[in-house]
Design a protein around this ligand. Structure first.
Ligand SMILES: Cc1ncc(COP(=O)(O)O)c(C=O)c1O
Length: 438
């Protein structure tokens, strides 16, 4: 019987089946490159970059050393009414990586904070433009925007919302774009569904454009199972936003920093939003950090429209933390020096072919791949949705491969340093284990 002395009892684990985990704990104790090491001494091939975040692989020397230097030189400095050089340097470097025009950067500590910051900035922009009636925020079904009250309100995952009350007032949701009947096993962007962007016209008709501040979408929905945008969808959404004075926010917490073969999905796919949220790969996940990039004209509207003094009453104690800045600068150097975004792009075809090699395997009802990300959708087990993917996740771990299970979908997003042989190992392991899962 477990009691006070149970060493696993105190940690209330996030997004975890705590009882199941603590009955059969699986722990990671170290990492290097594309491998973790498990507590029972086995190498675990990291098919998920941790949680979509260690894009250059783990414990990279340059990042480790940069953090150590920063910790010894300036462990903390406030960025409220003060500054330190690395925060300015990082903002400058990040601005240069963003799509043309999005060159004003606000720092946060996570994806959730980036989302809530972006939503607040959108409201501030609309006010500064003299459009203060625009307070409504629109998300999308099956969207994941972190766990703040703003993020869950525009997010579209019922289990993340139902326990927590009504959420922000005045939010609404576009329909999601996932359409197995028309798009299963598509290569590249799915061909069907661009017209789903017109759902925004429906919401404009329902609420009035003058009440809508912003629309937030993930250019590719990651956490709900790698849902690729239908060809033409994002372009259409951009046009409708422009027509109605609605700001477009891309949540690129997963897609930024090489995941889809460019610095951002916006850049790689040629659709420019007004605001981009980031986190995860920004520091290669070595220190928590997020950021929000804003179009300069919107930033200037807020700054210059303020009467004087503080222009935006928002910020975090750790916005632009020196250790995070050091990690991010080292990560950006590493991405550039090793050409990792280009590498992801160059490997994308091989990756897609390998993923689609699972077509015809037991339980597989769809495969989606782009850049270095893939979703393998399984037929839900009758009466026990999500159980099959969770069993596969455990079986993979026990075989030395880390994958992510989300609903009935297995998501893969390896570090961008992945080799072809390791790609083969990932899909072969999954293929073999699929045959063993009921
Ligand atoms: C698109 C998106 N937005 C926001 C978040 C939340 O990020 P965090 O867990 O760092 O708060 C995530 C996390 O996976 C995400 O994928």
């Amino acid at each position: 019987m477990k009691g006070e002395n149970d060493p696993l009892a105190a940690f209330w684990m996030p997004f975890t089946a705590n009882r199941a985990f603590k009955a059969h704990p699986r722990q990671l104790v170290s990492a290097s490159g594309i491998y973790y090491q498990s507590a029972d001494g086995r190498p675990i091939l990291d098919g998920t970059s941790g949680l979509w975040c260690s894009n250059a692989g783990h414990c990279r020397r340059e990042i480790v050393e940069a953090i150590a230097r920063a910790a010894a030189a300036l462990d903390f400095a406030p960025t409220f009414q003060l500054g330190h050089p690395q925060a300015f340097e990082l903002a400058h470097r990040l601005a240069a990586l963003m799509p043309e025009g999005l060159d004003r950067i606000f720092f946060t500590n996570s994806g959730s904070e980036s989302v809530d910051t972006a939503l607040k900035i959108a409201l501030a922009i609309q006010r500064a433009r003299g459009q203060g009636t625009r307070t409504r925020l629109i998300g999308r079904e099956r969207g994941y925007h972190g766990v703040g009250f703003g993020g869950i309100s525009v997010g579209g995952i019922v289990s993340n919302r139902r326990t927590f009350g009504g959420g922000l007032p005045g939010t609404d949701h576009l329909r999601h774009t996932h359409d197995l009947a028309r798009n299963a096993f598509s290569r590249g962007f799915p061909q069907h569904g661009a017209e789903l962007a017109d759902d925004l016209e429906r919401l404009v008709g329902l609420h009035g454009a003058e009440t809508i501040a912003a629309v937030i979408v993930e250019p590719m929905a990651g956490s709900t199972g790698v849902l690729l945008p239908p060809a033409g969808y994002l372009e259409r959404l951009r046009k409708i936003c422009d027509r109605h004075g609605i700001l477009l926010i891309f949540d690129e917490v997963i897609t930024a920093f090489g995941r889809v073969g460019g610095a951002t999905a916006a850049d790689r796919w040629g659709v420019t939003p007004d605001v981009i949220t980031m986190a995860k790969g920004l520091t290669n996940a070595a220190v928590p950090m997020g950021a929000v990039a804003v179009k300069r004209e919107w930033h200037d509207a807020v700054i210059e429209g303020a009467p004087g003094g503080i222009e935006l009453f928002h910020g975090y104690t750790y916005s632009g933390h020196p250790l995070a800045c050091a990690a991010a600068l080292a990560a950006l150097d590493l991405y550039a020096r090793e050409g990792l975004f280009e590498r992801a792009d160059a490997l994308a075809r091989y990756w897609e072919d390998a993923a689609h090699g699972l077509k015809g395997r037991r339980h597989v009802i769809d495969i989606r791949a782009i850049g270095l990300v893939a979703g393998i959708e399984l037929e839900p087990r009758p009466g026990a949705p999500t159980a099959r993917a969770m069993e596969l996740f455990h079986a993979c771990f026990d075989k030395g491969l880390l994958v992510r299970a989300t609903g009935d979908i297995i998501a893969l997003s390896p570090p961008l340093i992945v080799e072809k042989g390791e790609i083969d190992t990932m899909f072969e392991t999954i293929g073999e284990l699929l045959e063993t899962i009921a």
